[in-house]
Design a binder for this molecule. Structure first.
Ligand code: CP
Length: 303
């Protein structure tokens, strides 16, 4: 069987993105489908995670497979100096799939070239986070009833935010209108804006969360990521640049929902949590069904 990895959201066609959202809906209706009994999946987290690792591991368990792996390299032979190449080559002998997160951009792509088994990128540096994007797509479809013609406002760290990079590329299939809210230092990188221009898709850039929030169907908040800054003073200056408060949601559309990949630090005030437009905790649950869909689709047990 073909070895099918998921490294970038651009590895999937529009039809496959839609299909994975359909499969996620199927797993939500019936979350206990032991399609992978007897299989082993390695969960290799070279960088910290709560949601991605645990929802992947929950998905693997619900599919009837077993999990091996690590959430910290301190207890592995990486700490003795074993190379990334050798680590991946060895572990790919022990499992049917590798799910991996790494702080270095391109590490999962490199792993997929070494590994005998498919590799799923669970986030690499500021580059890509395709499984997050697929759960975001599922969340948008569930809350809006459609993926077509969505008006999305992306707010915060758009430079280092891998979730917004992947999501922009996925939504580019669906006639989306984008508004980017970021300071000059954390703007959406030129390569992604060029990507939209080449596809003829409109985008606006703003420095503040202004009245255009009232036009948005989705407000996608992101954290300013301390771990991506080399200068701690720069992080201190940026960290509270945008804080979404309940009072700012007055006049927004009924269907509008607030998404956030989480963790949040201070960019959404806790008074927003009780607002029916806050969807970020529901979004985390969608991660389990979507990751069940991704694994079973890539391993060919669901088509
Ligand atoms: N959304 C996300 O990637 O969260 P974690 O870093 O907790 O996995």
């Amino acid at each position: 069987m073909e070895k099918r990895s998921l490294i970038s959201i651009t590895d999937l066609t529009k039809e496959e993105i839609v299909r994975i959202a359909e499969l996620a809906a199927d797993f939500e209706r019936n979350p206990y489908q032991p399609l992978l009994e007897g299989r082993v999946i390695a969960s290799l987290f070279f960088e910290p995670s709560t949601r991605t690792r645990l929802s992947f591991e929950s998905a693997i368990n619900r599919l009837g497979a077993r999990v091996i792996g690590f959430s910290d390299t301190a207890n592995t032979s990486v700490s003795k100096g074993e190379t990334f190449h050798d680590t991946i080559q060895v572990i790919s002998n022990y499992c049917d799939m590798i799910v991996m997160r790494h702080s270095l951009e391109g590490a999962p792509r490199y792993a997929s070239e070494i590994s005998k088994v498919p590799v799923v990128n669970a986030g690499d540096g500021a580059n890509q986070h395709p499984s997050q994007t697929l759960l975001d797509i599922y969340s948008i479809k569930k809350t809006q009833g459609t993926l077509d013609g969505i008006n999305i406002m992306m707010v915060g760290d758009l430079k280092y935010g891998r979730t917004v990079h992947s999501l922009l590329q996925a939504l580019s299939h669906f006639n989306t209108k984008f508004t980017f809210v970021a300071p000059p230092e954390l703007e959406m990188p030129e390569e992604y804006k060029l990507f939209l221009r080449e596809k003829g898709l409109p985008y606006e850039e703003k420095r503040e969360i202004d009245s255009s929030i009232r036009e948005a169907d989705i407000v996608y908040m992101t954290r300013v990521q301390k771990e991506r800054f080399t200068d701690p003073m720069e992080y201190e200056r940026m960290k509270n640049i945008y804080v979404l408060k309940n009072s700012m949601l007055e006049g927004t559309k009924e269907n509008m929902r607030i998404l956030h990949p989480l963790p949040r630090v201070g960019e959404i005030a806790t008074d927003v949590d009780a607002n029916p437009k806050a969807y970020y905790f529901n979004q985390t649950e969608n991660g389990v069904y979507t990751r069940m869909a991704i694994i079973s689709y890539l391993l060919g047990v669901k088509k």
